[in-house]
Design a protein around this ligand. Structure first.
Ligand code: HEM
Length: 172
């Protein structure tokens, strides 16, 4: 729990227990007294909003699917889908989680329409890339254009993120 005199109104002489109680009462009243982003609006340490929540949900889906594929490879002793597993875990689970926490930390960035475009381009191209790669490695050469177009979409989404994120983190 984030406890700081600035955010929870901890008075001098107040014990940590008393401060926590004050904090809990404030939360019950909907005051978000321990909001780590007091200037950012509705964000609180306990909830993710908008694009941040979408990215985190996508990350979880990738983690479950990628680990299931990893287990399947281990059990069957057929490692031919290793690139799909590795990309699902790293380009899927890890990258989406990084995007989720970025948009959680910078609430104003996720309000932009560009952030929504970034989410949908990343999600659609990423899923196209992984599903396409799965079938390609399974011997279906006809899906190669899907993999190629999705790869470019995924790369373009990263450029979009650069455009969204760098001005935010360099803002003085
Ligand atoms: C249930 C959990 C997991 C299982 C059963 C699993 C299983 C596997 C298997 C069988 C391979 C192929 C190894 C080979 O052929 O040399 C592999 C490779 C890989 N895994 Fe996982 N994995 C799991 C979780 C993860 C996680 C959490 C990540 C990353 C966040 C990850 C990232 C990778 C990467 C990057 C490779 C490629 C390594 C290489 O080719 O050198 N895996 N995994």
């Amino acid at each position: 729990m984030y406890l700081d005199r600035r955010h929870v109104g901890r008075s001098r002489g107040m014990s940590l227990k008393q401060t926590k109680r004050k904090c809990a009462i404030g939360r019950l009243r909907g005051l978000h007294v321990n909001n780590p982003f007091p200037a950012g609006g509705e964000a609180s340490e306990n909830s993710m909003q908008g694009v941040a929540r979408n990215f985190f949900t996508l990350a979880i889906v990738y983690a479950i699917a990628g680990m299931a594929l990893g287990l399947h490879m281990s059990i069957s002793q057929d490692h031919s889908q290793t690139p799909v597993h590795a990309h699902t875990m790293v380009a899927g689970w890890l990258m989406s989680a990084v995007f989720a926490f970025f948009y959680h930390l910078f609430p104003l960035a996720r309000e932009r329409v560009l952030a929504k475009v970034h989410f949908w381009l990343t999600a659609v191209s990423g899923i196209g890339l992984l599903v396409g790669l799965f079938f390609l490695l399974g011997g279906n050469a006809a899906v190669e254009p899907v993999v190629a177009i999705s790869s470019m979409g995924f790369y373009a989404a990263m450029f979009l993120f650069v455009f969204i994120a760098l001005p935010v983190v360099w803002k003085s």
